[in-house]
Design a binder for this molecule. Structure first.
Ligand SMILES: NCc1[nH]cc(CCC(=O)O)c1CC(=O)O
Length: 322
């Protein structure tokens, strides 16, 4: 089977992770997407699916048989002719603050992010200045190392997959190669943050501080992958089925159905995280970040779609709070 992938290091790692887990021989085919070709801020490009449309086109025209997306990059509208054949087990869904070595983040620290969701939540929690930023993970880390900002906010899953944090277990990319020292993000180089304590962040080993969902709710489906193939391609559907992880699929479904319901009713940046319980339930927490409106809703895990829709209605009913 031919597996189409973006050429960024993160996309290649994710695609290889999927390829290695399939029982059939797989050839990786690199594809350049619109999102990779421009530095214009994502929210100004306007179109949804800047990273994913080219992959889906290659799939539909038969150039490739399988594509792997970061699930959070996928538009919520279903694509005719394409099925989500597998949603593998989710990596750590949290965002993390990545700190420059030798720099003491204190009040007024410059935090780089291009995401309104991250910007609103980090400003709400800490006395920091947000600097707009784009580019893939490698580019951003270089800007941090250059001193353009004091810290970044990035998805922990991406950092783990790129081998930039100490990870373990058999999750996507957590076994990937090193690279942290090249970018100056080694554990040893970040120590004794008086300023960090003042920010109430606590300490962490590697200059990578996970942000708890109580402070920063991730993007819907962050940390999860979506593996797609053509709807009629039974060979691919069969080959991909063993990779599916139903609890992850349910969580991503709840988070994305919330997002889809909100897109009809508001344009606020949305954070959302669903957590499966031990009793067959699913708890979805979400925030409209620019209004600081937050709520949670629990239901049977098989009703993932409805949990998302119900919580969207609840959020839209709530008054903004400061
Ligand atoms: N928006 C780009 C993007 N898409 C997926 C990830 C990280 C991996 C993931 O969330 O699955 C990232 C980078 C980031 O947000 O830090």
């Amino acid at each position: 089977m031919r597996l189409g992938t973006r050429r960024s290091r993160l996309a290649m790692v994710q695609s290889r992770w999927v390829a290695e887990r399939l029982a059939v021989p797989v050839e990786l085919v690199g594809i350049t997407t619109a999102g990779d070709r421009t530095d214009v801020p994502i929210e100004r490009i306007g179109a949804t699916g800047v990273f994913t449309a080219a992959l889906r086109e290659a799939l539909l025209c038969g150039e490739v048989d399988v594509v792997v997306h970061s699930y959070k990059d996928l538009p919520t509208a279903p694509m005719p002719g394409i099925v989500t054949a597998a949603v593998p087990e989710r990596a750590d869904p949290r965002d993390a603050l990545v700190l420059r070595p030798g720099r003491v983040p204190a009040a007024g620290a410059r935090v780089g992010t291009g995401s309104p969701r991250r910007a609103c939540q980090v400003r709400q929690a800490y006395d920091v200045v947000v600097a707009p930023m784009r580019g893939n993970v490698d580019t951003r880390l270089r800007k941090l190392a250059d001193g353009q900002v004091d810290a970044l906010i990035l998805a922990l899953a991406g950092l783990n997959r790129l081998g930039l944090t100490a990870g373990n277990g058999d999750r996507p990319g957590e076994t990937a190669g090193k690279g942290g020292d090249r970018l100056g993000l080694r554990a040893a180089s970040i120590r004794a943050h008086g300023g960090l304590d003042r920010l109430g962040l606590g300490l962490s080993s590697a200059g990578v501080l996970p942000l708890e969902p109580a402070i920063m709710l991730p993007a819907p489906a962050q940390g999860a992958l979506a593996v797609e193939c053509r709807a009629g391609d039974l060979r691919a559907i069969d080959a991909l089925a063993p990779l599916d992880h139903p609890p992850t699929r349910a969580a991503a479904t709840a988070e994305r159905s919330l997002l889809a319901a909100l897109q009809a009713g508001c344009t606020a940046p949305v954070g959302a995280l669903a957590t499966p319980g031990e009793d067959g339930t699913l708890t979805l927490e979400a925030v409209l970040a620019d209004r600081n409106v937050r709520a949670a809703h629990t239901g049977p895990i098989e009703d993932a779609c409805r949990i998302g829709r119900d919580l969207a209605a609840l959020l839209l009913d709530k008054e903004p709070s400061r």
